[in-house]
Design a protein around this ligand. Sequence first.
Ligand SMILES: N[C@@H](CCC(=O)N[C@@H](CS)C(=O)NCC(=O)O)C(=O)O
Length: 208
Amino acid sequence: MKLYSYFRSSAAYRARIALNLKGIAYETVSIHLTKDGGKQFAPEFKAINPQMRVPALALERLGEHLAVIDYLDETHPEPPFLPADAVARAKVRAVAEIIACDIHPLNNTSPLKYIKSTLGKDQPAIDAWYHHWILVGFEAVEALLRPGPYAFGARVGLADIFLVPQVANARRFKVPLDRFPKVVAADAACLKLPAFDKARPENQPDAE
Ligand SMILES: N[C@@H](CCC(=O)N[C@@H](CS)C(=O)NCC(=O)O)C(=O)O
């Protein structure tokens, strides 16, 4: 399997964790998101993922990390990313969606570039925007998490896959996390697992 990835991309980080948890070997193809205006906009990559974002799976020409992770879970059922009970499944998905739909898109490369270049905002304003959406989102996530060690108890799953890369971004941009003890504890427990550690940005072949 070939994964189009970028070491700093939190969406690709989630796909890497999912691949590692399923024990699927994969090759990383690096798509640099800022060099030369962003390699994600190259026609060769657009042919693979018309959304021009990472991650994408090469063979299947599959973009969108929620879809990629669902596909991996459906095609490689062990270990399952979701609990058996329908209510529990919905709660886990809710946390994943808060992160993927309400935090991540607002703090992504292209929107931040738009705020800076088109709307003319300076770096402090952009940093305040970035912090704001993580703090608001983590407030909800913290309230939804269950007792640990992982996001929803004893088994690592979808919520953890979404949480850990978002915490990494928060730390990279110095967002204070002291209001979110459950988030911080789940992150620490996950990072002790090889599947998460191997997927970390600094452990990628394209890390800078
Ligand atoms: N909706 C896409 C978003 C993926 C995404 O935004 N990836 C970021 C990196 S974390 C990206 O490729 N950004 C490039 C850009 O904004 O131009 C998904 O869920 O996979």
